[in-house]
Design a protein around this ligand. Sequence first.
Ligand code: PLP
Length: 269
Amino acid sequence: MFEMLVKSGDNVLLDAPTYSGPLAASHHHHVLPAISRWAEAPGALGPSSVPRVLYTIPNEGNPTGACMTCERKQDVYELTRKYDLLITEDDPYYFLQFQKPWAPPTFLSMDVDGCVLRMDSFSKILSSGWVFVRETSLFVFPLLSLCFQLMVSQLLHSWGPEGFLKHTEEKFKFLADLCFNYFNYVCFVNVAEWHPPMASVFLWIKLKGIKDTQLLIMERALEKEVLLVPGGVFNISSSDPCPYVRAAFSLSTPQQIDEAFRRLRRLIL
Ligand SMILES: Cc1ncc(COP(=O)(O)O)c(C=O)c1O
């Protein structure tokens, strides 16, 4: 997407930290971290510093789970209008919100100038494409992709909007239970800090007393079969030390999560 929207050397604005996909795609561009820091003094770096694109995950961002409030969205929208930026609103976790009413209006619904590109995803709600294709030759992938689109379209037509919402609610009830009931009590209390997420499938955990989680996670935790992502990979500068780790809990049972946290706790203490 960045390839289409920006030229090499253009500035792009990202949340910080952010999902590693856009970070990888931003290699040839000047990445300006976080709209909050740029917005403090937008003109300070001269007119050439004005970014062309803002990439943001407004609901339950990956990896932090942070959400934008309605007021914040309005402020950001006004700022992007003023500086003529395109907003790319990546919102794959919108339908994974655990509490009603759902999040404030999307950027797309606020848009009056046609400057918002919104991206949803079925991979979190129906199934990831990878599950279907991993046994299949890559040569048939384009064909499969067309087949999936037809299948999804048929499914949505047969469900209708109510059926779709019912499906998402039922499917993610267990995730909501995990977040409300379980993450408040895990054995981790003295060695880590976190906020139980209100949607999505990630827990962003700060390990107390650890300056950088890279080696702990990639070597010692991996040895104990604990699979977490060191927070540094979500930083714009991935070599900056980072005390956070990201856990994904969409496919794990509470027992597995509990065991993983116990093993990790032993590594920290
Ligand atoms: C914020 C964000 N955007 C996009 C994606 C990728 O979505 P898809 O599976 O539809 O390619 C992910 C996947 O983890 C994500 O977290």
